[in-house]
Design a protein around this ligand. Structure first.
Ligand code: PGA
Length: 236
């Protein structure tokens, strides 16, 4: 089964999280096909056996004097096995640089945590989409075996939270190009997820697209009945 990564972003209160965790316990799933990425304080509440745990972010330094940050080793001690790096909200709103994203990816790999590297173009960047995607990939990957672990999530920024998605043909072509670029330049067969307004309404169509290895899901994953509908289609 394909990977489903649920990105909660900065949502849900403790009471809501407790209900959420109770509900996901009843999900019957192929083991490790589902990854939940809640906000940092809620990570200890997600200790179920039928899913994996992910973090939405990580510090770009190992440990020490960095108020408000959370290190890769701390995440590991909480059972985290995936970390989202370079989400467009962090790149654009929090001005995270390419170098910072590279350091975060490397720290994850050193600690055997799988980085989910988000890449994507904004609406104004559509004419230079390929260059943008390559720049975001090339600033992180190297031709070394350890980079085989990196999962790329292609998320067109204009599709995130908008209810608008690229056409199936566009998604297919973009993912194909990402995979061939990574193969040609780094000799790596990378996994690529699609993210941006994945819903129960469009999952069936999206899932017909060849080359997609899974989905990074924001809004829909906050609503368990909707998430269940998506899972049902992918499990079929
Ligand atoms: P969305 O978010 O599913 O709400 O569009 C996806 C993401 O930003 O990872």
């Amino acid at each position: 089964m394909k990977l489903i990564v649920s990105n909660h972003k900065m949502n849900l209160t403790l009471e809501e999280i407790k209900d959420y965790v109770e509900e996901i316990e009843s999900l019957s799933l192929v083991k490790n096909a589902l990854v939940f990425c809640p906000s940092f304080p809620y990570l200890p509440y997600f200790q179920g056996k039928n899913y994996s745990l992910g973090s939405q972010n990580v510090a770009d330094q190992k440990m020490g004097a960095l108020t408000g940050e959370v290190s890769v080793e701390q995440l590991k001690s909480l059972g985290v096995s995936y970390v989202i790096v370079g989400h467009s909200e962090r790149r654009k709103i929090l001005k995270e640089s390419l170098e910072t994203i590279q350091r975060k990816t490397d720290l994850c790999l050193e600690s055997e945590i799988i980085p989910i590297l988000c890449i994507g173009e904004s609406l104004d960047e559509q004419s230079v989409k390929e260059e943008i995607l390559k720049k975001e990939i090339d600033s992180v990957l190297k031709s070394e075996k350890k980079y085989e672990k990196v999962i790329i999530a292609y998320e067109p920024i204009w599709a995130i939270g908008t209810g608008i998605t690229p056409t199936e043909e566009e998604i297919k072509q973009t993912i194909q190009k990402i995979k061939s670029h990574v193969k040609e330049r780094y000799s790596i067969n990378c996994k690529v997820l699609y993210g941006g307004s994945v819903t129960p309404e469009n999952i069936e169509q999206l899932d017909k697209i060849e080359w997609i290895d899974g989905y990074l899901i924001g809004g829909t994953s906050l609503d368990i009945p909707k998430l269940k509908e998506v899972i049902k289609v992918l499990e079929a």
